[in-house]
Design a protein around this ligand. Structure first.
Ligand code: KG4
Ligand code: ZN
Length: 361
């Protein structure tokens, strides 16, 4: 029997999170998962303020880790390793969590795993479902929008990514023009619930293109122009519904393209499609992707809602999978504001920014 118990720490954006995950013979148990959100501190500014985030992480991180250990009913001596997000993200915040992880690793003589936040999102579905590698992944969050072929830990290849905004960033910015509070994605989804998505027609970017890239800036501008002229809630609900459908449609159409390419590469075997990241919490987006996957003969999987947005359970699991492969890091591991999962693709196509930008940055 192999059993690994790992503490994960996540501080790359506006959530201070810690979690303990145990993997027993490939079966995953989340023993605890604590997320302290800073939303209230950033809300007055309409987005995340890096200095406020870093200070809030410093204040919260020790208590959040202590709670994760207490909820799991464990002592540090019960751990086999410590995983901390080392990037990409707001570097002041990343340094806080990474330093906390290093301190525990040093004091308890435990291996450290410096985890890429995006790898955390990539494995997040495996916290609650048995999804084997390889799979095709759509990673959609506030800072990222990319399609990746995931062969396993450390084996990701990018098939496409956004040429401007990330999908979550588009949700957040359009929500702001509709007068909704930060973070805009969930608020826009609620507003859209009783809206008529056919009232407004919005541009559909890149549809039918052969590559797997995304673009949301045209939609953002069109929606902002329409929003300016609206003066009642019924109209705003209809626009929110149209925006949500336009984003879901683009995500599904680009994923459909990637599925066709991926199915060809895989010789039609082991076809699995996974969506992860904050935007995966959106029910219209999930439904559109699930329907697309089904039509292409792909099995569809998405993380439990709590593991779509930022959390430390996904970091602990990525750390445990790394530890099982002997992939540990020294205490000199650096915090990295930018850190593409597929370094080769980032070098080949530097216009496709691999790190965070926009509202979440
Ligand atoms: O994964 P995440 O927590 O942080 C990043 O790594 O970026 O994603 C946050 C993003 C935000 O842009 C937020 O508005 C979006 O995910 N989001 C949603 C929903 N829940 C979160 N977007 C649309 N609908 C939702 N229900
Ligand atoms: Zn994230």
């Amino acid at each position: 029997m192999t059993e690994l118990t790992v503490l994960g720490v996540e501080t790359s954006c506006d959530e201070t999170a810690a979690a303990v995950v145990r993997v027993v013979d490939g079966r995953v148990q989340v023993l605890s998962s604590v997320v302290a959100s800073q939303i209230a501190e950033h809300a007055p500014f309409g987005g995340v303020v890096p200095e406020i985030a870093a200070r809030a992480h410093v204040e919260a991180v020790d208590g959040v880790i202590a709670k994760a250990m207490a909820d799991a009913g464990l002592d540090f001596s019960d751990l086999d390793g410590v995983a901390a997000t080392a990037g990409p993200g707001l570097v002041g915040g990343v340094m806080v969590g990474l330093s906390a992880g290093k301190a525990i690793a040093l004091a308890r003589d435990l291996p450290l795993m410096a985890v890429n936040h995006l790898e955390g999102h990539a494995v997040s579905v495996r916290l609650t479902e048995q999804v084997d590698y390889p799979f095709l992944l759509l990673l959609v969050s506030g800072g990222h929008c990319q399609l990746l072929s995931v062969g396993g830990i450390g084996a990701c290849r990018r098939l496409g990514s956004t040429i401007d905004d990330a999908a979550g960033e588009a949700f957040d910015k359009i929500a702001k023009t509709l007068g909704l509070p930060y973070p805009g994605g969930p608020a826009l989804e609620r507003l859209a619930e009783s809206g008529d998505h056919e009232r407004f027609s919005l541009p559909r970017a890149l549809l039918g293109r052969k590559d797997c890239d995304f673009s949301f800036s045209g939609l953002k501008t069109a929606a902002a122009r329409l929003a300016e002229r609206l003066d009642n809630d019924a109209d705003r609900r209809d626009l929110a519904a149209a925006v949500q459908l336009a984003i879901a449609t683009q995500l599904a159409e680009r994923s459909d393209r990637a599925m066709a390419l991926y199915a060809h590469e895989q010789g039609g075997r082991g076809l699995r499609f996974v969506v992860a990241g904050g935007v995966a919490a959106n029910r219209t987006v999930r439904a559109a992707l699930e329907a697309t996957a089904k039509a292409r003969g792909f099995a569809f999987a998405a993380p439990a809602m709590a593991y779509c947005t930022d959390n430390a359970a996904m970091i602990a699991l990525a750390g445990a999978e790394r530890l099982a492969l002997g992939l540990t890091d020294g205490l000199d591991a650096a915090a990295r504001p930018r850190w593409p999962l597929d370094e080769q693709a980032a070098r080949d196509n530097p216009t496709h920014l691999p790190g965070r930008k926009g509202a979440k940055a």
